[in-house]
Every structure is written in structure tokens, then in C-alpha cells.
Design a protein around this ligand. Structure first.
Ligand SMILES: [Fe+2]
Length: 451
């Protein structure tokens, strides 16, 4: 993390061992960090009086009684009850929540979009969010929403948090800074970040305009997938996840906090920054992860494995092996399979697949699915390689081949994804996407010859 551009009132911190300035490595660790020496109580969570006159407060991301609860103890200048007053409802018209099924919008079909043009207007993290799909039900904490963000302006004395779910951020262009209650994350393309449910933060533009994808997870938090026979290494390694060290603001100016709650937005006005956690410890915290550290595992002899082999993160649904959401990464890798059709095969899937292109060329769709663009293949809707990809892969010399300059991802959910009106009508939908399969020809003529 760069420190030179932080304002003077943003106090940076180092961990007590001084090794990992900025971030602490590990996934789901029980971290501890303090921005002022001695601010973190030792040996107990709730002393009779906290150092520096701080207030102790627990942020619970799971029920108290979950087998391995997610919670963090915060030691802050003011308790969070001072960071909200009365709420007024506000409109954020393009940020939708499930259930959001519209009678005049058809979600049944194969959909693909060109990159959403950057905004010419002032848009913040809140006003720049455009919902593409929703699935499940935010009120029952099941399902998800996918969004595109277009951010041109930093939030100033304005803060946000969501009670509706955690937010997975996948930048595609531009750099953002997330100033959170628990520390600061700088984020750029090829990285991802998680902002847990209930965490208060402000988003600043470090390099704009910024565009990217968001998965809003209404369910239980993302975790690392079970590795099964793959064993203890490869895929996403825990040490590559980075959680920020404590940093706080002691800033008394008129400020507002926007809360997303059951799909509605509410504003509350306070007289100070709510980012006032001086020290914290626990396992419920934001993190970022560099997708370039993902170590893909795949076919080394023949056939094409299911894309679940590329799962970076999974959010379980309660039905074993069936994710509320999987976050799947298609990155640079070698193709070496013998006597095999190497790209993804044709398929129908009970899961619903929302894909986005971060950069480069995707192997199943050499044209049309471009950086910043996205596609949707909904529950049980057939899809697969277009004609060029099919013919190319069917006739290629099967020598080892490196897929270079490619990074796409998938938000895959067990729930059908419903398009918003914005996605169906305002966003640059490619009306001719389905035509990419039109020229696939019938090869069958009743003879067993390989065509
Ligand atoms: Fe698929």
C-alpha cells in the first residue's frame, strides 16, 4: 500500500511485529492489529475500561452459535450507535435486490453485453452501481445480485454499509481505495476484494474512471473450497489473502452514512467519521486477493474438467456441494490434453452462470466477449463454443499451447438469475449473440466417419 497519498488525518498503523505494513496475510485468520500502541486489550475482550478511552464493540458476521463463528472485536473512539441517528429513505434507482422479477423483462435466453461505457457524470460507489441480475431473496439471506460499477468520484464525508450481504469486488479498469472501519484496501484490476456484511466504508477513486464487477452475496460468506484429492496446495492459497492493518480517522465534520437494508437505502447524518476503530482482533474482516497468485489445476492428459476445478471461492448454500455462489477464474494456463476437444464443451447447467471478462481473449469465444463485457447463461439454458471456437479446436494440432493474456471469471449460483430492466434495455446487450451458434452445421450423415 502506498502511504504518501493518505491525508494527514488518516493515521497509518503497523502491526506489532512490524513485518507486514499495510496488510496481514492469511484467510480467515484470527488477526490482531492496533494503530496506536497498547490500544488492543490483551487477555480479554471487554475490560472495565479500555486504553485511550476507547469503546469495546463486537461485530458479528455470523450467529453467535455457529460452529466457527465469524466475529471481530473493535476498540473505537465512539460506539457504532453514535454512527447512526434517525434514517431517511433515499432512492438508489439502479441498485436492485432480489426478488426482482419483472413481467416485461425476459431472462430466458443466452445474453451477452459489450463493455458498459464509462460514465460522463459524477458517480460514486453508491450512485454508480448498476444491477445486472438478481437471484434468490435478500430477505431470507439466499442468493445474490451481480452488478457493474462505474465510479468517477470519491465519496466525501459519505460512508456506506450493507446489511444485505457481503460484496465481492472485481475491478476491470481504474483503481479504488476502500477506507473501511478495519483498515484500508487499495484495489486494482487483477485483484479482488471482500467487504463483509455490516462493515462501514468509504470508496475513493485513486485512478479513474473506474469500472468493474460486483457480486453481492446475500448468503453465508465466501470461503475457500474444499480441495478434495488436490490436497493442501494450489488453487487459491490462504497466504495470498491480505487483510488490512488497523487505521482510523478522528475527524469531526458533518457526514452521512448510507445503509442498504432489505433492498432499501437509507441515509443517516452524523457529525464525524465512523471509521474510528483504533484497534481490532478477530476473523471477520475485509481482505483482498491477487488473482495472479491463483494456481490453476487442470487436465494433464485428456478431456476438459468441469469448471469447478477453477473455483477461487465458494459460498455454501446449505445443500452440500451446491453453492449459493461460486467465484470461478479462467486465467492464463497451459492446454496439453491429447486427443481432446480442449475448450469448454457444450452443456446445460442447473446452475446459472454470469461471466465477465477482466482482460484478454476467452478461449470459447474468440470474438464478442471482450474485456469489460459479460454474458449470462441461465439455469438449463444451453451454451458452448461458437462456430469459430468449435472448428478451431476440432482441427487444431494438439501440441502444448499456452493461453496467454486471458482472465475471465464466473459468478455461478444455484438460483436462476433475473435480468433488471437496466440490463435488458439500457445496457449494451448484443442482440445477435445467439447467432454465434447459427452457423454450426449438421455433420451427421449416418456414416461413422470422423468429420
Ligand atoms: Fe457454462
Amino acid at each position: 500500500m502506498t502511504s504518501h497519498s493518505l491525508p494527514a488525518w488518516m493515521i497509518r498503523a503497523v502491526t506489532s511485529n512490524g513485518v507486514h505494513a499495510g496488510y496481514m496475510p492469511g484467510f480467515g485468520n484470527d488477526f490482531e492489529t492496533e494503530a496506536l500502541p497498547g490500544a488492543l486489550p490483551q487477555g480479554q475482550n471487554s475490560p472495565q475500561k479500555c486504553a485511550y478511552g476507547l469503546y469495546a464493540e463486537q461485530l458479528s458476521g455470523s450467529a453467535f452459535t455457529k460452529p466457527h463463528p465469524e466475529r471481530t472485536w473493535c476498540y473505537r473512539i465512539r460506539p457504532s450507535v453514535k454512527h447512526t441517528t434517525r434514517f431517511e429513505k433515499i432512492d438508489v434507482p439502479l441498485w436492485k435486490s432480489a426478488p426482482h422479477v419483472l413481467p416485461d423483462v425476459i431472462s430466458l435466453g443466452q445474453y451477452r453485453w459489450d463493455p458498459i461505457p464509462h460514465a460522463q457524470e459524477d458517480l460514486t460507489w453508491i450512485t454508480g452501481m448498476r444491477t445486472v441480475t438478481t437471484a434468490g431473496d435478500v430477505n431470507t439471506q439466499t442468493g445474490m445480485a451481480s452488478h457493474i460499477y462505474l465510479v468517477t468520484r470519491s465519496m466525501e464525508d459519505e460512508y456506506f454499509y450493507s446489511a444485505d450481504g457481503e460484496i465481492l469486488v472485481v475491478p476491470q479498469e481504474g483503481r479504488l481505495r476502500f477506507c473501511t472501519e478495519l483498515g484500508i484496501i487499495d484495489l486494482e484490476p487483477k485483484e479482488i476484494a471482500i467487504l463483509p456484511r455490516g462493515l462501514v466504508y468509504r470508496v475513493e477513486v485513486l485512478e479513474g474512471p473506474a469500472r468493474g464487477f460486483v457480486c453481492e452475496n446475500y448468503g453465508v460468506p465466501f470461503t475457500l473450497p474444499n480441495r478434495g484429492p488436490i490436497g493442501a496446495n494450489c488453487m487459491a492459497n490462504p497466504r495470498d489473502f491480505k487483510t488490512p492493518v488497523a487505521a482510523f480517522e478522528d475527524r469531526e465534520v458533518p457526514s452521512s452514512v448510507v445503509l442498504k437494508w432489505c433492498g432499501q437505502f437509507h441515509r443517516t447524518r452524523i457529525g464525524h467519521s465512523p471509521l474510528d476503530v483504533v484497534a481490532w482482533h478477530g476473523n471477520y474482516a475485509p481482505w483482498k486477493y491477487d488473482l495472479r497468485t491463483y494456481s490453476p489445476v487442470g487436465a494433464i492428459l485428456f478431456d476438459h474438467p468441469d469448471p469447478s476445478i477453477f473455483t477461487v471461492l465458494t459460498a455454501p448454500s446449505g445443500l452440500e456441494g451446491t453453492a449459493n455462489i461460486d467465484f470461478v477464474l479462467f486465467r492464463e494456463r497451459w492446454l496439453v490434453a491429447e486427443h481432446s476437444f480442449r475448450p469448454p464443451w457444450y452443456h446445460k447447467n442447473v446452475m446459472s452462470e454470469l461471466m465477465g471478462n477482466i482482460y484478454g481473449v476467452y478461449d470459447a469465444k474468440p470474438k464478442g466477449f471482450v474485456p469489460g463485457g459479460m454474458s449470462l447463461h441461465n439455469c438449463m439454458l444451453p451454451h458452448g463454443p461458437d462456430r469459430n471456437a468449435f472448428e478451431g479446436a476440432s482441427n487444431a494440432a494438439l501440441k502444448p499451447e499456452k493461453l496467454n493474456e486471458t482472465m475471465s471469471f464466473m459468478f455461478e449460483t444455484r438460483f436462476p438469475q433475473h435480468l433488471t430492466e437496466w440490463a435488458a434495455k439500457a445496457a449494451p446487450l448484443q442482440d445477435d449473440y445467439i447467432d454465434c451458434w447459427e452457423s454450426l452445421s449438421k455433420k451427421f450423415d449416418g456414416t461413422p466417419d470422423v468429420k
